[in-house]
Design a protein around this ligand. Structure first.
Ligand code: NAG
Ligand code: NAG
Ligand code: NAG
Ligand code: NAG
Ligand code: NAG
Ligand code: NAG
Ligand code: NAG
Ligand code: NAG
Ligand code: NAG
Ligand code: NAG
Ligand code: NAG
Ligand code: NAG
Length: 630
C-alpha cells in the first residue's frame, strides 16, 4: 500500500492524475465504457444506412461493400493490394498506389514504394543501389562505399574507411586535414600551417572554459563555472532556469512562471519527503493522508473529478478528499455512507447485491426490475423467460439462438459471423457467407468468398494469398502470421512475407541479410523459404495423406515434432504416429522458420499452415468434410 501511495504521488507530481484506487468498490466505472465494440455487433451507420463493418466500409459518407476495406479519403481500397498515401500541404490530399500491400510499403509524398528494395530521395523513388542506401540530395548512394559530400551533395567513392568529406572532396584523415582557407574548406597535408592552426585550436579546448551545447554541439565560451547548457545557449544556474516553452528550451529568469512550474513540480515531492513524521505518506490532491488508514479517490480523464467531502452525495467537488473505506463507499468520485446492504458501486450510484428489484448493467443501476431479470450481452436488463436479446434487439420469443441482431433456427439455417444463411448439405462459413465446400468452383480466402465461374477461373489453379484470390502470375510470400501478394519481378524472391531483390539481400530461414557484393546475384538454384497454405493444396494432395504435429524443438538439421497425427481425409480417418517424429531439414536456409510449441501441417517435403481457420479442430473438420465422401 505504501508503495502504491508513492506511485500515486509521483504520478500526481507529474500531473498525471488518472489513477486507479486499488480498492474494489471504487473507480472501476471508468473502464468498460469503451469495450462496447462487440456489443454493437459490428454494425455502424453510414448516411442512415446500417451496415456490417466486416462487409462494407463508409468513406466520407459513401458506402462501399467488400470485406477488409479501408478508406483513402473518399475512396475505399483493400490494404492487401494497395497503399494509401497522405500529404498535408495546407489541406490533406490522398492518393492510392495499386499493386503494393500497405504491410510492406512506405510513402514517398503521394506515391507508395517498396521500402525494402527502394528508397525515397527528395520525392523521387529510386531503386536502392545497396542494402545500406542513403539519400544524397536527389540521388541514392551506398553508405559502405560512398560518401555524400559538400553543399552540392556530391557522391564520392570512398577511397578508404579513413577518408572523410572535406567540402565537396574527400581527405585521408591519417595524412591530411580539412581546414578553412579564405572561407573555403580545403584538403591540406597534415604538416601544413593551415592544419597546424586547425589542430591547435582543438587542442586548446578547455572544458572549464568551453562547453559543447545543443544538438549541433555548438562551442560556447563558458561565462562562469555555474553556467550550463540550455539548448544551444547557456544559462546562469544561480539566477536563471532552463525551461521548456512551446517545445523549445529557453533561458528564463528564476522568478518567471515558466521556471516556477518546472521547479514547483519538484518542490511538491520534496515537501512530502520531509514530513514522514506525520504518519502521512501520500498526497491526496493537496492534502496529506496515510494510505494504510484511508483511501484517496482520484480519477480523471478529461474532467477533474474527485471524491467529495464525506457524507455528501450527488454533487462532486473539484477537490480530492480522503475517505474511510470501512465506513464509506466512494462511487465514481462521490462518497456516501456505507450500510450493510449498500456496499458497492454501480457507476456513480452506491448499491448492494442484497437489494431487491435493482440490477446493475454496464454501470447503470436499473430499478423496479422483476425477479429473474439478467443483464443481456449488450448490457440491457431483460427477462430470459420472456424473450431473447440479440445485439441490443429484443425478440419476443424466449430461448432462441442469436445470429447477429436476429434470432435464427439452427435446424434449417447456418449462422456465419452474424449473418443467416440457408443450411444445405456441406455448407460451411466463409466470412459472413456460407458455401458448399465440395463445390470446386467456390474458393474461400481468409473469410472472402470467390465464385471462380464468375471470374472465369478454374478450380485447380485458384490460389489464395491472404484474403485475395491471386492472379496465377503473382507471387505470394508468407510467414507464420502474414501473407503478402506481390507482382512477379525477375531477380526477386520471397523471404517470409517479404519479397526481396536478390542483388541486395540474401535470405536464411526467413531472415534477410545484406549481400556484401551488390550486383552479384545469388544462386537461383535453391528453393524459396516460405510457409505454404493448406488452403492452396489441391484435392489430391490435401485428401491423400497429411500429417499434423506440434513442434518440440528445431535444430540446424531437423525438427522434432510431438502429438503427430496422420489424416487421411479421403477415408475420414485420423491415426496417431509414434512420438517424437523427426522431420529432416534439407536446407536450413530454405526452410521456413518454425516456432516451438506451435502446431503445423506437413507432408514429406513441405510445412503448411491454415490461414483460413482459427483452430486445429476447425482445420480438421474442414479437411475431412471436404475430402470424405459419405
Ligand atoms: C555547386 O554547384 C553550383 C551550381 O551547380 C556551382 O556553381 C558551384 O561551383 C558548385 N560548388 C562547388 C563547391 O562545387
Ligand atoms: C582517392 O583515390 C583516387 C584514385 O585512386 C586518387 O586520385 C585520389 O587522390 C584519392 N584521394 C584522396 C583524398 O586520397
Ligand atoms: C580569397 O577569395 C577572394 C574571393 O572570394 C579572392 O578575391 C582572394 O584573392 C582570395 N585570397 C586568397 C589568398 O586566395
Ligand atoms: C543545426 O544545424 C542545422 C544545419 O547545419 C541547421 O539547419 C539547424 O537550424 C541548426 N540547429 C540549431 C538548433 O541551431
Ligand atoms: C555570458 O556573457 C556574455 C558576455 O559577457 C553576456 O552577453 C551573456 O548575457 C552571458 N550569458 C549568460 C547566460 O549569462
Ligand atoms: C509556438 O510555436 C508555433 C509553431 O511552432 C507558433 O505558431 C506559435 O506562435 C508559438 N507560440 C508561442 C507562444 O510562441
Ligand atoms: C455502456 O455505457 C456507456 C456509457 O454510459 C455507453 O456509451 C455504452 O454504449 C454502454 N454499452 C452498452 C453495451 O450498452
Ligand atoms: C457462381 O457463378 C455462376 C455464374 O454466374 C453461377 O451460375 C453459380 O450459381 C454461382 N455459384 C454459386 C455457388 O453462387
Ligand atoms: C515470374 O516470371 C518469370 C518470368 O517472367 C517466370 O519464369 C516465373 O515462373 C514467374 N513466377 C511466378 C511465380 O509466376
Ligand atoms: C496436385 O498437385 C500436385 C503437385 O503438388 C500435382 O502433382 C498433381 O498433379 C495435382 N493434382 C491435380 C488434380 O491437379
Ligand atoms: C548436421 O549437418 C551438418 C552438415 O550438413 C553435419 O556436419 C552435422 O554433423 C549434422 N549434425 C547432426 C547432429 O546430425
Ligand atoms: C483408405 O481406405 C482404403 C480402403 O479402405 C485403403 O485401401 C487405403 O489405403 C486407405 N487410404 C489411406 C490413405 O489410408
Amino acid at each position: 500500500m505504501l508503495q502504491k501511495g508513492s506511485q500515486m504521488l509521483l504520478l500526481w507530481a507529474l500531473g498525471l492524475v488518472w489513477l486507479t484506487c486499488g480498492f474494489t468498490t471504487v473507480c472501476e466505472s471508468a473502464m468498460g465504457a469503451n469495450a462496447a465494440s462487440k456489443n454493437d455487433c459490428y454494425r455502424k451507420t453510414c448516411m442512415e444506412i446500417k451496415y456490417d463493418i466486416r462487409e462494407a466500409v463508409c468513406c466520407e459518407n459513401r458506402l462501399d461493400s467488400g470485406a477488409g476495406l479501408s478508406c483513402c479519403g473518399q475512396q475505399s481500397f483493400n490494404p492487401a493490394v494497395a497503399t494509401c498515401c497522405k500529404v498535408e500541404h495546407g489541406k490533406a490530399t490522398t492518393a492510392l498506389t495499386q499493386g503494393l500491400s500497405e504491410t510492406v510499403s512506405a510513402c514517398c509524398e503521394l506515391k507508395a514504394y517498396d521500402s525494402l528494395n527502394e528508397i525515397c530521395c527528395q520525392s523521387t523513388i529510386l531503386a536502392k543501389p545497396a542494402p545500406k542506401a542513403q539519400c544524397c540530395g536527389k540521388e541514392a548512394f551506398d553508405e559502405d562505399k560512398q560518401m555524400c559530400c559538400g553543399r552540392n551533395r556530391t557522391i564520392l567513392t570512398r577511397n578508404s574507411t579513413h577518408h572523410q568529406c572535406c567540402g565537396d572532396d574527400q581527405y585521408d584523415m591519417k595524412t591530411q586535414c580539412c581546414c578553412e582557407k579564405n572561407e573555403t574548406l580545403t584538403v591540406q597535408p597534415k604538416d601544413s600551417s593551415c592544419c597546424a592552426e586547425a589542430l591547435g585550436a582543438s587542442e586548446a579546448f578547455d572544458e572549464d572554459k568551453h562547453m559543447y551545447c545543443g544538438r549541433n554541439r555548438t562551442i560556447l565560451t563558458r561565462n562562469s563555472t555555474h553556467h550550463q547548457c540550455c539548448g544551444d545557449d547557456q544559462y546562469d544556474m544561480k539566477t536563471q532556469c532552463c525551461c521548456e516553452k512551446n517545445e523549445t528550451l529557453t533561458v528564463q529568469p528564476k522568478d518567471s512562471s515558466c521556471c516556477a512550474e518546472a521547479l514547483g513540480a519538484s518542490g511538491v515531492k520534496n515537501k512530502n519527503k520531509n514530513r514522514p513524521q506525520l504518519n502521512c505518506t501520500s498526497l491526496c490532491g493537496s492534502s496529506c493522508y496515510n494510505p494504510n488508514m484511508s483511501r484517496c479517490c482520484e480519477r480523471n480523464q478529461t474532467k477533474a473529478r474527485w471524491c467529495c467531502t464525506p457524507g455528501m452525495t450527488g454533487k462532486c467537488d473539484a477537490v480530492p478528499t480522503v475517505y474511510d473505506p470501512k465506513k464509506q463507499v466512494c462511487c465514481d468520485g462521490c462518497v456516501s455512507e456505507k450500510r450493510p446492504w449498500i456496499d458497492q458501486c454501480c457507476g456513480e450510484t452506491p448499491y448492494g447485491l442484497a437489494q431487491r428489484g435493482v440490477l446493475c448493467c454496464n454501470n447503470t443501476l436499473y430499478k423496479d426490475r422483476e425477479d429473474g431479470e439478467e443483464c443481456s450481452e449488450s448490457n440491457i436488463p431483460y427477462n430470459p423467460a420472456k424473450g431473447t436479446i440479440c445485439c441490443s434487439q429484443f425478440h419476443g420469443s424466449p430461448g432462441q439462438h442469436c445470429c447477429g441482431a436476429e434470432v435464427y433456427w439452427p435446424q434449417t439455417e447456418i449462422c456465419c459471423n452474424g449473418h443467416r444463411n440457408p443450411k444445405v448439405e456441406n455448407m460451411h462459413c466463409c466470412g459472413v457467407k456460407a458455401y458448399n465446400i465440395k463445390d470446386p468452383q467456390m474458393k474461400c480466402c481468409a473469410g472472402t468468398l470467390y465464385n471462380l465461374t464468375q471470374l472465369g477461373r478454374v478450380g485447380h489453379d485458384a490460389r489464395c494469398c491472404g484474403s485475395i484470390l491471386q492472379n496465377p502470375l503473382d507471387v505470394c510470400c508468407s510467414r507464420e502470421d502474414k501473407e503478402v501478394l506481390y507482382t512477379n519481378k525477375t531477380g526477386f524472391r520471397c523471404c517470409g512475407h517479404l519479397y526481396y531483390n536478390t542483388s541486395l539481400w540474401s535470405c536464411c530461414a526467413d531472415k534477410l541479410s545484406p549481400v556484401h557484393q551488390p550486383g552479384q546475384h545469388q544462386s537461383q538454384t535453391s528453393n524459396e523459404s516460405r510457409l505454404l497454405s493448406v488452403n492452396n493444396l489441391n484435392e489430391t494432395d490435401l485428401c491423400e495423406e497429411m500429417l499434423i504435429g506440434t513442434v518440440e524443438s528445431v535444430s540446424l538439421n531437423s525438427t522434432v515434432l510431438s502429438s503427430v497425427l496422420k489424416i487421411c481425409g479421403r477415408n475420414g480417418t485420423v491415426k496417431p504416429l509414434p512420438s517424437p517424429h523427426i522431420l529432416e531439414t534439407l536446407n536450413r536456409c530454405d526452410s521456413p522458420k518454425l516456432i516451438p510449441g506451435k502446431t503445423y501441417f506437413f507432408d514429406r517435403v513441405n510445412v503448411f499452415i491454415d490461414f483460413n481457420h482459427d483452430s486445429i479442430l476447425q482445420s480438421l473438420s474442414f479437411i475431412i468434410s471436404k475430402c470424405y465422401h459419405f
